[in-house]
Ligand binder design. Structure first.
Ligand code: NAD
Length: 345
């Protein structure tokens, strides 16, 4: 059994917030669970943990810190409902939990292409290890899949029935094909072993705690604008993306986990509205009153030209649609980066 680094061991490393145990709604209703979040020190995982602990659950955060950072969860060190375990999901994991959110995997192209073999191992071996754990524990397990399973889509918008257009040989394949293989494994464990799986196809999500150097458009543009550097656009900026604020995404993940047993997914989760990358850059420049200039670089190999989720299934089965408009989400994101830049200055 691996050793957990609990709040007591980490106490004193940072200023600790210690909300009262048992104050959450779920706990009050007697439904508090012990929940494993893999990749919990990452961007989405850390927000998910905040939500789960706020609802009165206990959380075991597992991470190998390859792209995430303890800074994202440091406010929870000392909280009685939070435990952190340093662990690589490519190794088997033996813990006791009631429910699993499986998010562990570098998410940005810059990061997952640094060591593509390790990315593929994380996605495939990680899925097998986590599914074996869910099978042994007979518990629900949610896979953080991705819109990248659609590759450079020929169907627009993309619905769950679309099988995608992925280049299996290109530099993005370690992630795209790894996520596709993980979805296959989730469905096979479901059919062969009766594991209760939930597959979330997450589209572009943004917000506070995205890492500074992950090269994703929102974080890159906001940082470049705040630092009055050139805004780097790959291609001519006409490629589209949909941008979902992280609080909305966390709501969707929790609703999917709570959905009826018959809902295995996949379910598209994302903002059902498109912006070109150039529009996004201009919005950020205007919002921040930045003098930065737009500079254009060649488009990376296999970069998708457009991306837009059809979220009809999420609306029907989860009653979910994003609530935070891009304008407000960008304000919150920019405020976070401004604070972080002030901290390091
Ligand atoms: P992130 O890189 O911020 O978080 C991923 C976390 O997983 C990090 O903390 C990292 O250290 C950890 N990790 C990576 N490999 C690991 C391993 N082998 N063992 C243990 N921990 C490991 O990324 P994110 O944006 O928070 O994404 C979370 C999940 O959501 C990922 O699975 C990603 O593929 C998926 N997703 C994200 C987006 C998005 O727009 N952010 C879109 C689609 C899918």
């Amino acid at each position: 059994m691996p050793q957990t680094e609990d709040s007591t061991q980490l106490k004193g490393q940072t200023a600790l917030a210690t909300p009262t145990e048992g104050s959450g709604e779920e706990q009050a209703k007697g439904q508090a669970r012990r929940i494993l979040v893999t990749g919990g020190c990452g961007f989405i995982g850390s927000h998910l943990i905040d939500r789960l602990i706020g609802a009165g659950h206990r959380v075991l955060c597992v991470d190998n810190l390859v792209t995430g950072t303890k800074q994202n969860v440091e406010h929870l060190f000392g909280h009685p409902s939070f435990e952190y375990l340093y662990h690589d999901v490519t190794d088997p994991l033996d813990v006791e939990v009631d429910e699993i959110y499986h998010l562990a995997c570098p998410a940005s192209p810059v990061k997952y292409q640094i060591d593509p073999i390790q990315t593929m191992k994380t996605l495939v071996m990680g899925a097998i290890n986590i599914l074996d754990l869910a099978k042994r524990l007979d518990c629900k397990v949610l896979q953080a899949s991705t819109s990248e399973v659609y590759g450079d889509p020929e169907q627009h918008p993309q619905s769950e029935s679309y099988c995608g257009n992925v280049n299996p040989l290109g530099p993005r394949a370690c992630y795209d094909e790894g996520k596709r293989c993980a979805e296959t494994l989730f469905m096979d464990y479901h059919r062969q072993h009766g594991v209760q799986v939930k597959i979330a196809r997450i589209f572009n999500t943004y917000g506070p705690r995205m890492s500074f150097d992950d090269g994703r458009v929102v974080s890159s543009f906001v940082l470049q604008a705040l630092q009055k550097e050139d805004i780097t656009i790959f291609g001519d900026g006409s490629q589209t993306r949909s941008f979902c604020y992280v609080d909305d995404m966390v709501t969707a993940l929790v609703l999917l986990m709570e959905s009826e047993a018959s809902v295995a997914g996949p379910v598209n989760l994302g903002m059902p509205a498109e912006n070109t990358v150039a529009e996004l850059a201009q919005m950020i420049l205007t919002k921040l009153g930045s003098p930065s200039k737009l500079v254009f670089h060649p488009l990376p190999v296999d970069d998708p030209r457009k991306r837009l989720p059809d979220i009809s299934l999420a609306r029907q089965t989860l009653g979910w649609a994003p609530q935070v408009p891009l304008d407000l989400g960008l304000d919150r994101t920019a405020a976070f980066y401004r604070d972080r830049l002030t901290d390091v200055a």
